[in-house]
Design a protein around this ligand. Structure first.
Ligand SMILES: Oc1ccccc1-c1ccno1
Length: 241
C-alpha cells in the first residue's frame, strides 16, 4: 500500500515513521510520501489560504494550491482514494479501516483554518473516490492528528504489520462489541486478584466469561452498538445478560 499525506506541517506526521509503522516502512509493507502543500503555492509568501466568500471568521484554503498538489500526487492510474479529514465528515469506523486496508493507494489531504475550498473535493471527485471523514464529534486545529489516527488504524490491519496476526481479529468492534477487560501478572495486585476463570485453563469458560464482559461493557458504554448487531449474532446465553 502507498500512502501520501499533503499538509502545511510535514513534521506533524513524522510519527508515521516511528515504531510499528516505521518497521512496516522499513520492511516495504507500505510506502509513505509526505508533501508540503506550500511547495505548490507560487506567490512570494507561499500563501495557501484566503478570506471566505460570504464573510465569517477565519480563512479558507485556496483551491488552486490544492488542485496543483492533487494533480501532482494523485496519478490517473491506479486511481487513489482521497481522504479528507473534516469535522463535517462521515464517522471513521473499524469497518472503514478494513475497507481502506484493501486499497492500493490512499492520499490524505490535511485541511487547516476553516477548511478547504469545497471545489477542491468536487473537482477531485470527478476522477477519484473522495471520502470526507471525521474521527469524532469534536473540533481540531487541522487534519494532521486525524491522519495519524486513521493511518495507524488502517496500517495495523495489513498482513505482517502486527506481530501476532490474531491480534486484530479480537479487536474491539471485530465482533461488533467493545473489548472486555484484560489482565496479566501478578495474580494479585493492590489486593485485587485476577478473575479465577482466567487462570482455570477452561477455555470454553474463559471465552464465555470474556464475551459476557464484552457484552456488559458494550451495554453500559455503547448501547447503540448492541442495537445494531444482527439478531442472529446473539445466542440465548447472550440474551440472558
Ligand atoms: O476538526 C478538524 C479540523 C480539520 C480537519 C479535521 C478535523 C476533524 C475533527 C474530527 N475529525 O476530523
Amino acid at each position: 500500500m502507498r500512502l501520501d499525506v499533503i499538509t502545511i506541517f510535514p513534521e506533524y506526521v513524522s510519527p508515521l515513521r516511528e515504531a510499528l509503522l516505521g518497521k512496516a516502512l522499513d520492511r516495504g509493507l507500505i510506502q509513505l510520501g509526505v508533501h508540503d502543500l506550500r511547495d505548490y503555492a507560487h506567490d512570494v509568501h507561499r500563501s495557501v489560504d484566503d478570506s471566505p466568500y460570504g464573510g465569517g471568521p477565519g480563512m479558507v484554503m485556496k483551491p488552486q494550491v490544492w488542485g496543483e498538489a492533487l494533480d501532482a500526487i494523485c496519478p490517473a492510474e491506479p486511481t487513489p482514494r482521497l481522504i479528507v479529514p473534516t469535522p463535517a465528515g462521515r464517522p471513521f469506523t473499524q469497518a472503514m479501516a478494513h475497507a481502506y486496508a484493501r486499497e492500493q493507494h490512499l492520499v490524505f489531504a490535511c485541511g487547516r483554518y476553516e477548511g478547504i475550498d469545497q471545489r477542491v473535493v468536487d473537482a477531485a471527485a470527478r476522477r477519484m473516490p473522495v471520502d470526507e471523514v471525521s474521527i469524532g464529534d469534536y473540533v481540531l486545529i487541522g487534519g494532521e492528528a486525524a491522519v495519524l489516527v486513521m493511518v495507524e488504524a488502517v496500517v495495523r490491519l495489513l498482513p505482517g504489520v502486527l506481530g501476532n496476526q490474531a491480534s486484530h481479529e479480537q479487536d474491539s468492534f471485530s465482533d461488533g462489541l467493545l473489548e472486555g477487560p484484560s489482565y496479566t501478572r501478578p495474580e494479585v495486585w493492590q489486593d485485587m486478584p485476577v478473575p479465577d476463570v482466567l487462570r482455570s485453563g477452561n477455555h470454553a469458560a474463559i471465552n464465555r466469561w470474556r464475551r459476557d464482559r464484552a457484552l456488559e461493557r458494550t451495554y453500559h458504554r455503547r448501547p447503540e452498538l448492541l442495537a445494531a448487531l444482527p439478531a442472529e449474532s446473539l445466542d440465548k446465553h447472550d440474551r440472558k445478560l
